[in-house]
Write a protein that binds this ligand. Structure first.
Ligand code: PLP
Length: 478
């Protein structure tokens, strides 16, 4: 074994090969060197695990393959063929072209981020957006931080001031990515007072808790990606607000989805404020369709307390976020919200999606790929409307799902697809360019076939069989 390990070539030896020198010309010496190191490490690991290597222990072909992927950025655009519109793992809402243009403009130079152009004095960065946020959400004041989880944390820390927060047992949820309401409360320094039961909590439960804990605040949490159905009960926002007023308690609403359009079916921040919430926090990249952001809306005194809290500095929004959010809000103000890509994907009709899937299928069939148009149910994602099924369409591919999913992910751009009933399905709801999808799938089919031939050859020699698919392409945090 040691002898075989010693027989592996050095990095410099591999770099001196003509094919690898040509690679370095194309992708740069640093990327080529990283690829050579990775290829040698792979061969070493295979030897150590008892594999026999070919005559050439570090093949040029493998170095070139690794070199090509080294040259690509790690964070890449992908085609979302999952049918989940606000897919957290895939970046949630795609930005409108105008938001992208504003980000490029503001990010590529200097800006009046924290300067008041009228007075020349230091200004507030989120003040640029405040008038529009107040107008659109019907709030007295607004503040923006870098995400909604941060906004919730900041609100609890600034308004709770180390006291207690009363939360229904039906709202002690985990939203995903480790955001668990009891843990966020603990981190913010607030003591959690649980009331009610998992399925039923009444206004009287909150009232009793307020009697026993004067000075506590009420926290209502949107259940996000979780729904309660059946024998359930919860007081309305209005009832909670009346109780909070009577007992002089604060009412904080962690709402998540920043829907501005009530027709989407989600409770809106404007509604929550109208019914009497003191402070509502929402996310910029959920149903609002903008960039990642935490938007805090409510009474001026509450918003100011949050703005002045030290955590506000740690969670501050950067100029790219603010530029994208301002452009997104302007589209709403100008009556152009229908142009937002996320809202277009949500509202696409089943017949429109069937047509899109049919166009994709025809393109694929022209390329010799067997496929059929199928019905496909999409989801809103982003912790919004978890029970809403979005009737849509997709393309089902023939063949074993595992290698095909991997080949789709290895493409350029990568395609993230689904497995349903043992077949790979590409939901077209979030696919804006059908021709690009068809090209990516055709290339993946070639790679999947090549890989299958390799695996069959290995299997014939008694090696491992084809890779097993789990059928779940992602650990979905929606
Ligand atoms: C999504 C969500 C959050 C977290 O928002 P991010 O923008 O992901 O930070 C917080 N609260 C609720 C109710 C949510 O749905």
């Amino acid at each position: 074994m040691n002898e075989r390990l010693r027989s592996l070539p050095s990095v410099d030896e591999v770099l001196a090969r003509p094919a690898v020198r040509a690679l370095a010309e194309r992708v740069g010496r640093a990327a080529a060197k990283a690829a050579v190191r990775a290829a040698i490490a792979e061969s070493r690991a295979r030897l150590q695990s008892g594999d026999d290597l070919d005559d050439e222990p570090v093949p040029d072909a493998r170095v070139l393959e690794l070199g090509a992927s080294e040259a690509k950025p790690r964070l890449r655009r992908v085609i979302n063929a999952t049918g989940v519109v606000l897919h957290t793992n895939l970046g949630r809402a795609p930005l409108h072209a105008e938001a992208v243009r504003r980000v490029a403009e503001i990010a590529s130079g200097y800006s009046n981020l924290e300067i008041d152009l009228g007075t020349g004095r230091r200004g507030q960065r989120s003040a640029h957006l405040e008038p529009m946020l107040r107008e659109l959400f019907g709030a007295e004041a607004a503040h923006v931080v870098n995400n909604c989880a941060g906004a919730t944390m900041l609100a609890l820390a600034a308004l709770g001031r180390g006291g207690a927060a009363i939360v229904s047992r039906g709202e002690l949820v985990e939203i995903g990515g480790g955001f668990r309401v009891p843990e966020i409360l603990a981190q913010s320094g607030c003591r959690l007072i649980e009331v009610g039961t998992t399925n039923r909590t009444r206004a009287g439960d909150y009232a009793a808790a307020l009697e026993a804990n004067p000075g506590a605040m009420i926290l209502r949490v949107h259940r996000s990606n979780f729904a309660l159905v059946g024998f359930t009960e919860a007081p309305s926002m209005g009832e909670l607000a009346a109780l909070a007023r009577e007992k002089k308690a604060l009412l904080l609403h962690d709402l998540g989805s920043g829907a501005l359009d009530a027709a989407l079916g989600e409770f809106t921040a404007a509604q929550s404020l109208k019914e009497g919430a003191d402070l509502v926090v929402v996310s910029g990249d959920k149903l609002l369709g903008g960039p990642q952001a935490g938007i805090m809306l409510g009474q001026r005194e509450m918003v100011e307390r949050c703005r002045k809290h030290p955590l506000s500095r740690a969670l501050r929004a950067d100029r790219m976020l603010l530029a994208a959010l301002e452009a997104t809000l302007r589209l709403y103000r100008d009556g152009r919200a229908d142009e937002l890509p996320a809202l277009q994907a949500l509202k696409a009709s089943p017949s429109e999606l069937r047509q899109r899937a049919t166009r994709a299928a025809l393109l694929l069939q022209e390329k010799g790929i067997a496929c059929t148009v199928v019905e496909s149910e999409g989801q809103v994602g982003g912790g919004s409307l978890p029970l809403r099924k979005l009737e849509g369409a997709g393309i089902a591919l023939a063949g074993v799902p595992g290698p095909m999913l991997a080949a789709l992910r290895a493409g350029d751009p990568p395609v993230i697809a689904l497995v349903r009933d043992g077949r790979v399905v590409l939901d077209v709801r979030c696919v804006s360019d059908v021709a690009e999808l068809a090209d990516a799938v055709a290339q993946a089919a070639v790679r999947a076939t090549a890989q299958k031939d390799d695996k069959l050859a290995v299997a014939a020699e008694g090696g491992p069989g084809p890779a097993q698919s789990t059928g779940d392409p992602l650990d979905l945090e929606v």
